[in-house]
Ligand binder design. Structure first.
Ligand code: UD1
Ligand code: M6R
Length: 356
């Protein structure tokens, strides 16, 4: 049921404040002073956390958007998980729980004795059944072929996983509590960023006849660049490519001229100054820029050259990909409608890829 919306993709983009809330329901402990620290509780993993913590390495497996979600969560998992040893843990990320490639990797991992953990949206799916344990993302049914709300819920679950397997050392306590606070407030921040809907529709109108859109990201938001580009190409049928900003001078810079639209993700985090210098270099080549920046930074990032700024609320760095993908989802949606293509059922694609 699409309710008041024209398409499932549109409905699923707009219901992210609610789907994120259900993803976190009952799983965050608000804490109360030093005696009861803020923490997470993942029911599906509680009997396996010790084994996961002891593993030699943790490998994440997923396709498409699920791959991008794992990539977005990798830095915080690396930061918070302590030293690990012994056998492997393999984490299978899949909205449908039926993707053939992911299932094949699951069979391989099981045969080789790894502990297999699922992160799935579909209760009773093949991946949910065949993994040893796991976490349901509880985002609610996702009908649109383009994955939107599952992506943001997958990231939230993997951040919670990082908190769950991380050792609660004093040194990381402040950081961990800031992330829990950030998670609790995330649905509000997503609600705020959804207000950019009209602005993204205007931007889509400007881009309607373009052949291509490049998206530059770095650090936590390299995954945002890949996922934003995947959304645009998948539904609007416009070529789009997510590019690691650090690679710019190793090839992509040759494409830059006054016509090719380039989105640069430059929200505040440890990569901000590097992204500022990318923006300056693109300005110097008269690039046609769309810069995603934190609230209050629009004037400084678009001070020179042809540039359009998209301001988003700033959140904890590891949660910023959840906020930053939303304007790109909206852009992909509006581009598709304006270009007259099928939003929920793009040509040649199926919601779940059950054959190889
Ligand atoms: C579970 C209940 C939830 C209830 C809550 C109350 C289910 C599906 N969930 O949620 O309705 O409100 O307890 O405490 O009944 N699993 C896998 N692979 C996966 C995903 C999950 O093996 O890919 C396993 C988990 O290890 C767990 C079970 O499925 O044994 C349920 O997982 P999940 O729904 O995430 O657990 P809870 O959040 O505890
Ligand atoms: O159901 P899964 O998460 O395993 O699906 C993986 C990909 O097929 C899927 O994310 C695909 O890339 C989406 N259509 C992207 O929007």
């Amino acid at each position: 049921n699409k309710g008041k919306y024209d398409h499932y993709m549109q409905k699923e983009i707009h219901e992210q404040p609610e789907s994120l809330t259900t993803t976190m329901r009952g799983r965050l402990i608000r804490g109360g002073g030093s005696r009861k620290p803020k923490a997470v509780l993942l029911g599906g993993l509680k009997d396996h956390l010790k084994t996961i913590r002891r593993s030699r390495r943790i490998v994440f497996i997923g396709c498409g958007t699920s791959y991008n979600a794992a990539l977005a969560s990798r830095p915080i998992l690396e930061e918070l998980s302590g030293p690990i040893y012994r056998e492997d843990t393999a984490v299978f990320v899949s909205q449908s729980g039926e993707t053939a490639d992911t299932l094949l990797a699951l069979e391989y991992a099981r045969e080789n004795g790894a502990l297999c953990v699922g992160i799935t949206n579909t209760v009773g799916s093949s991946i949910a059944r065949k993994t040893h344990c796991g976490v349901h993302i509880n985002a609610g049914a996702e009908i649109g072929v383009a994955s939107t709300k599952a992506y943001t819920s997958q990231i939230v679950v993997m951040v919670m996983l990082a908190l769950a397997i991380g050792s609660d050392t004093i040194s990381s306590q402040t950081r961990r509590e800031a992330i829990v606070d950030g998670l609790l407030d995330l649905p509000n921040k997503v609600r705020e960023v959804l207000k950019l809907d009209e602005e993204m529709k205007d931007l889509a109108q400007l881009l309607i006849d373009e052949q291509s859109l490049l998206v530059f990201g770095r650090g936590y938001n390299y995954a945002t660049a890949l996922e934003g580009a995947l959304k645009v190409k998948e539904v609007s049928l416009m070529h789009s490519e997510g590019i690691l900003a650090g690679e710019m001078k190793h090839g992509p810079l040759a494409l830059v001229d006054e016509n090719l639209p380039i989105a640069v993700i430059a929200t505040r985090d440890a990569c901000f100054s590097k992204q500022q210098s990318v923006i300056q270099q693109l300005h110097a080549r008269k690039g046609r820029l769309i810069v995603m920046c934190s609230k209050g930074d629009a004037a400084s990032v678009s001070s020179s050259g042809s540039c359009r700024a998209i301001e988003v609320p700033q959140v904890e760095d590891c949660l910023q990909p959840v906020v930053n993908i939303v304007p790109l989802q909206l852009l992909a949606y509006h581009l598709t409608v304006l270009r007259g293509h099928n939003v929920d059922q793009p040509r040649n694609l199926a919601k779940s890829v059950t054959t190889q």
